[in-house]
Ligand binder design. Sequence first.
Ligand SMILES: NC(=O)c1ccc[n+]([C@@H]2O[C@H](COP(=O)([O-])OP(=O)(O)OC[C@H]3O[C@@H](n4cnc5c(N)ncnc54)[C@H](OP(=O)(O)O)[C@@H]3O)[C@@H](O)[C@H]2O)c1
Length: 336
Amino acid sequence: MSASEKMGWMGGLLRSQLLVKIPYPTCDLAGQTVIVTGSNTGLGLEAARHVARLGASKVILAVRTVSKGEAAAENILKSCKVPKSNIEVWQLDMSNTASIKAFSDRASKLKRLDAAILNAGILTENWEVLNSMESTIAVNAVGTMLLTTLLLPTLRQSAAKTGLRGRLSIVGSDIMYMADTHELLTEGTIMEKINDQAQSQMAQRYPLSKVLLFYSVQELARRVPLTDKSVVILSVMTLGACKSDLFRDDAGLIKRMVMGVMIGSMARTTEVGGRTLVLSVVPDLPAEAHGRFLMDTKVAKNGNNVDSPAGHELAEKWNNELFAHLEKLSPGCTQL
Ligand SMILES: NC(=O)c1ccc[n+]([C@@H]2O[C@H](COP(=O)([O-])OP(=O)(O)OC[C@H]3O[C@@H](n4cnc5c(N)ncnc54)[C@H](OP(=O)(O)O)[C@@H]3O)[C@@H](O)[C@H]2O)c1
């Protein structure tokens, strides 16, 4: 990425943090069922609190550790006057195929599923392999896309019954504009490179995970165009820089950059960040959001990592590998 592109990204981020006021969500979610992944803490918890406050009949806290989810449910119940039965805690480990399948099977038995906010994600520079994949890619890109493909049929069936369009929003990051993708455009498969510790630049891993995620969401949205009301609006969103537990690991370069913004007191509060997640699944979300990247609750540019010849090449290569990989994890899941 050139120096001018970096400056452009920083300028856009600063403008967003300083000048954009994120509205307080006021939509009516009465009767609706909404899943929020990674909702025991951070942005997911605040998004789930808004969803509960907005009247959803069922808010599903999809969490890695059930006891943490139960504590989050108690926390939400203390701040929102909603029946206890409106909040459910379901186990979900985004780095574990069996857990993702069990979760989506359970979701397929719901009476209705109106929206899902796939928020769970990690930022780390520590090398770890989960589910045969480097952990950042395993959770942020592969696990998230597996869950997406497995939840879409349930959202679609629900929409056909209720007449209300389903929404699935994935929490990405505008740091995807900054991803250095060059290491992936050389000979050999992307997955081989990602899983080769010696070749991996872990400081680039988080932005890379978010750009790969966006490539595959774009591809899924292309495969399932919004032809009728039962088609789910699928999008990726960013919230800018927010206070949360995301920087729990030592995250080197990225940490220093994002923390620089935070130190300047420009980070949004977790509550405001949570608003942006909810605003990406409102019932009247415009159709133009389908397959797009949302920032400050509006459709934003895709950036040079996506809209360039190199970006197109990489997206095609990644999507071929990823969709074949997902088919191995759960045969038929990409036939949407
Ligand atoms: N904060 C920001 O400035 C910022 C900016 C742009 C995008 N984002 C994105 O926002 C999302 C939420 O992050 P956050 O800032 O709220 O961070 P956070 O406070 O660290 O929350 C991350 C959540 O993801 C969960 N999670 C991580 N790995 C998981 C796994 N394998 N299975 C299930 N759940 C898992 C965590 O659960 P545990 O507590 O059990 O680990 C936690 O609930 C992420 O996708 C992040 O990339 C954040």
